[in-house]
Design a protein around this ligand. Structure first.
Ligand code: HEC
Length: 198
C-alpha cells in the first residue's frame, strides 16, 4: 500500500514539476514579447544618431560662412522663372523678394499648385534647404520644374543670397544652438531606451 501511495505521490510531483516547467518556459516567451518595444526604441535611437552623423556640417554652420555674392551667381539657375527685386513681376514662378520667413504660397497674384498651398507654414532656412535639395521630394506635386541643388554649399550660398533680398533680413540660425539641439535629441533617445530597459 505504502509503495503504491509513494508511486502516486511521485507521479503527482512529476506532473506538477512539468507544469511548473511549462510555466517557466511560458514566462520566458512572455518576456520576449515584452522586449519588442525596447527594440523599437533602440531603432529610433539609431536613426537619431545616424541623422546627426550623416548631416556633416549643419545648415547653420554652412550659412554662417556662406557669401550672398556667391549665392547671386547660383541664382542664375532660378532667373528663368523667378525675379528677385522688390515688386518684381511674377513669371513662371513667383517673385522671391523677402522669401525667407514669408508664408508659403503667399505671393499676391501668383497661382500656386494645390500641393504648395497645402504645405503650410513659412519659409524657414531649413524648409528652403530641403525644398531646394529636391523640390519634388519636399513638396510632392509642386509645379516648380527644377531638379534641385545637390551641393549643400551651393544651397547655403543661394539661401544667403535669398536672405539678403529683404529690407530686414532674418537672423541667421545660431550654430551652437543647432548642435545643442542635435545632442538633446540623441540624449532623449538614449534616455528612452534606458527607461524601457529598466
Ligand atoms: C522652371 C521654372 C523654375 C525654376 C528654374 C525655379 N523655380 Fe522656383 N518656382 C517655380 C514655380 C512654378 C513655383 C511655384 C510652385 C508651386 O506652386 O508648386 C516656384 C516656387 C518657388 C518657391 C516658393 C515660393 C513661395 O512663394 O512660396 C521658392 C522659394 C522657389 N521657387 C525658389 C527657387 C529657387 C531658389 C530656384 C533656383 C535654384 C528656383 N526656384 C528655380 C518655378 C521655378
Amino acid at each position: 500500500m505504502n509503495k503504491i501511495a509513494l508511486a502516486v505521490l511521485l507521479t503527482l510531483l512529476v506532473v506538477i514539476g512539468i507544469n511548473n516547467l511549462g510555466e517557466i518556459v511560458f514566462h520566458e516567451e512572455e518576456l520576449e514579447a515584452n522586449a519588442y518595444p525596447v527594440e523599437v526604441e533602440m531603432a529610433a535611437a539609431d536613426t537619431g544618431e545616424e541623422a546627426v552623423a550623416e548631416e556633416g556640417p549643419s545648415l547653420a554652420a554652412l550659412l554662417a560662412s556662406a557669401s550672398a555674392a556667391d549665392g547671386e551667381k547660383v541664382f542664375k539657375k532660378c532667373k528663368a522663372c523667378h525675379t528677385a527685386e522688390e515688386g518684381g513681376k511674377n513669371g513662371t514662378g513667383p517673385n522671391l523678394w523677402a522669401i525667407v520667413g514669408r508664408d508659403k504660397a503667399s505671393h499676391e497674384g501668383f497661382g500656386y499648385s494645390d500641393a504648395m498651398t497645402a504645405k503650410g507654414g513659412s519659409w524657414t532656412y531649413e524648409d528652403l534647404d530641403h525644398f531646394l535639395t529636391k523640390p519634388k521630394d519636399f513638396i510632392p506635386g509642386t509645379k516648380m520644374a527644377f531638379a534641385g541643388l545637390k551641393k549643400g554649399t551651393d544651397r547655403a550660398e543661394l539661401i544667403a543670397y535669398l536672405r539678403s533680398l529683404s529690407a530686414t533680413p532674418m537672423d541667421l540660425p545660431a550654430v551652437e544652438e543647432v548642435a545643442e539641439k542635435a545632442a538633446e535629441v540623441v540624449d532623449d533617445a538614449a534616455e528612452a531606451v534606458e527607461s524601457e530597459v529598466h
